[in-house]
Design a protein around this ligand. Sequence first.
Ligand SMILES: Nc1ncnc2c1ncn2[C@@H]1O[C@H](COP(=O)(O)OP(=O)(O)OP(=O)(O)O)[C@@H](O)[C@H]1O
Ligand SMILES: O=P(O)(O)OC[C@H]1O[C@H](OP(=O)(O)OP(=O)(O)O)[C@H](O)[C@@H]1O
Length: 316
Amino acid sequence: MDVVNHLEGRLLFAVPKKGRLNAATLNLLEGADIQFRRENRLDIALVKNLPIALIFLPAADIPTFVGQGRVDLGITGWDQVQEHEAAVRATTPGGGCDMVMDLGFGGCKLQVQVPEKGRFAATRDLIGTTIGTSFVHLAADHFAKLEAAADGDPNAESATANTRQLRTKLIELSGSVEAACALGVAEGIVDLVESGETMRAAGLKAIDTVVESTAVLIKSNKPSNPEMVELIASRIRGVITAQRYVLCQYNIQRSSLSDAAKITPGKRAPTVTSLDEDGWVAVSSMVEKKKIALVMDDLAKVGASDILVLDLHNTR
Ligand SMILES: Nc1ncnc2c1ncn2[C@@H]1O[C@H](COP(=O)(O)OP(=O)(O)OP(=O)(O)O)[C@@H](O)[C@H]1O
Ligand SMILES: O=P(O)(O)OC[C@H]1O[C@H](OP(=O)(O)OP(=O)(O)O)[C@H](O)[C@@H]1O
């Protein structure tokens, strides 16, 4: 089938075609029951059960397609959204992308890195040197602020590369940025760090953070079908919430219910049902997954018993 001729009337949704955000994004689409089959080598896939087409793009290009309104929705890193905004700020304030929600995965930091045993201790020491990065616009804005501060500019915090002539030289690299220092291409780099393994393996250390990032859902500020955007956003929100929470169930004496309810207040309020035993109630309540062990300890202390923790598949 010639999918390109079947896009009419469909909401276009850009997703990372490879890399760090690809697998988690595909999981999210599955959880939101967005069903598709991607033909070999084709970057467009029609969704079978909704009037949507998925467009598989490099994460770095997704803010451009969304910002120009060529696609309606996209999933990419917040770092990429910020880089796009820094690139087009002079012509398109806001970049044309609206943030819909933080998706929680793909956490990393865009950091200034220098050789571990080198002469640079702070980012300002790098002013006037050469910096290698794939994030040239964010790095340029970061150094514009530093240079403005070093020059005693009272408005240094709002300085950008559009408003200043930079003394620091930025070299655009498309990957393996960590190699730049060892090979003498740059004195420092600005690149992503998650575990820090790649940085340490290259003999580098981080001395400053430019942006903290996670994957985000963004939408065009002129979507073709706002109702469909809202439907997809609410399905994705349901899956993300389900991933973040568990359902905690327990039995407790009614006299201790108010103490237990303080520990498990739920999203709105805990659900309380009577048990077939005088003076006892059963409680169920959503609890943040990362807090559940402490919550169980606290519930046991106030007399809860038969505490069960259940995974959630979806919420709305
Ligand atoms: N180590 C990491 N841990 C978590 N998230 C990361 C990491 N590296 C990158 N990301 C996130 O994933 C996004 C895409 O990066 P990734 O390196 O996977 O891109 P890519 O599309 O494969 O491009 P490239 O070919 O340049 O590597 C980044 O913008 C960032 O938001
Ligand atoms: O702190 P860590 O957990 O080691 O992760 C950081 C690395 O991950 C990303 O690169 P990726 O492996 O995606 O490849 P790339 O260099 O080709 O972009 C990033 O550019 C770093 O190099």
